[in-house]
Design a protein around this ligand. Structure first.
Ligand SMILES: Cc1cc2nc3c(=O)[nH]c(=O)nc-3n(C[C@H](O)[C@H](O)[C@H](O)COP(=O)(O)OP(=O)(O)OC[C@H]3O[C@@H](n4cnc5c(N)ncnc54)[C@H](O)[C@@H]3O)c2cc1C
Length: 288
């Protein structure tokens, strides 16, 4: 195994483009090193991206959004008061990942690129409208987070492409988001179902919304029908019922030892509804 410590994303991309065996990027290593030790994946080239300038930074963008470095851990995100105030749903998703020890290393981009449909930070990022910067041999492009995973363990990234930053849009006024997951115990488990809602409230009515669901399809899914069910409403009972029905209809889950398809379908509606109520309260300044 060749271990690389590039000093720039262009160099990281060039190393990855030349590699012809199994390649992995090393961010927090909480997936890569576990898979390596278990003998599941032994990379021929392991490209440690933590020696690149800026990867541990969290900075405001010119338009009031956030640019998050690809080595920023869940713990660092959770300690950033202004970021948590803007995007509590994104951060609560990431902060559900693993334990205190895992939080010290695990990153948003590692969670995304591991490609799990149950990844806890991904629904919140998608609901927020987050994008990632993909750097490759031909330069950089901005890609919506929902376009990155293509199936369990798979991403759209081509050989030689690395994600160099995560960008969250400006929060603006009257916004709120939330993420909820169901697990059969209180922590250290993988989501059986997850749901994130991001919305904006103007004059008591929802003017914008995005709803993303986890662990009910081969990838985390964005569900425009669920968002449409609550836009224009004051989140009354009829709107919540329509949201629940849209989330259930969009879910195409599998049955496995952690839950049946029927159970997941029912729970996803419940979680979408509850997440919408929390996001709505946050948007109105009635909850943190
Ligand atoms: C005990 C334990 C509990 C866990 N609990 C949860 C949980 O509750 N919920 C959950 O969602 N996950 C959980 N996980 C999984 C894991 O912690 C998360 O997926 C984590 O966010 C991965 O981030 P990382 O930085 O450690 O990724 P790494 O292991 O460094 O990388 C993961 C993948 O992403 C790729 N990658 C990393 N950075 C980049 C980049 N910049 N560009 C392109 N590709 C990149 C790597 O090649 C690799 O394929 C748990 C893991 C452990 C060990």
């Amino acid at each position: 195994m060749r271990y690389h410590t590039p000093k720039s994303f262009d160099e990281a991309a060039a190393i990855a483009a030349k590699a012809d065996g199994k390649t992995r990027f090393l961010a927090g290593g909480t997936d890569v090193l576990v898979q390596l030790r278990a003998g599941m994946v032994t990379p021929d080239d392991l490209i440690d991206i933590k020696h690149i300038a800026g990867v541990s930074d969290i900075a405001r963008t010119a338009d009031g959004g956030w640019r998050i470095g690809v080595a920023v851990s869940g713990a660092e995100l959770g300690r950033h008061a202004a970021l948590c105030a803007d995007w509590p749903g994104v951060i609560e998703g990431m902060n559900l990942v693993g334990s205190t020890q895992v939080q010290g290393r695990a990153t948003l981009v590692g969670n995304l690129c591991n490609g799990s449909p149950a990844a806890d930070s991904v629904p919140g990022l998608i609901a927020a409208g987050a994008t990632v910067t993909v750097t490759g041999p031909k330069g950089s492009r901005e890609v919506a987070v929902e376009a990155i995973p293509t199936g369990p363990g798979k991403t759209v990234l081509a050989a030689g492409e690395v994600i160099s930053a995560v960008t969250l849009p400006a929060r603006g006024t009257g916004g709120g988001d939330a993420y909820l997951r169901f697990i059969p115990r209180t922590e250290m488990d993988i989501a059986v179902v997850g749901a994130a809602v991001n919305l904006r409230v103007v004059g008591g009515r929802i003017t914008e919304a995005r709803v993303a669901l986890g662990a009910v399809a081969p990838t985390v899914i964005l569900v425009p029908e669920a968002a449409a069910a609550i836009i224009g409403t004051d989140l009354n009972d009829a709107a919540l019922a329509a949201l629940t029905a849209a989330a259930e209809a969009a879910a195409k889950p599998i049955s496995d030892k952690r839950g049946t398809a029927a159970f997941r379908k029912e729970v996803v509606g419940v979680l979408a509804r509850r997440a919408a109520l929390i996001a709505f309260a946050r948007a109105k300044g009635e909850a943190k």
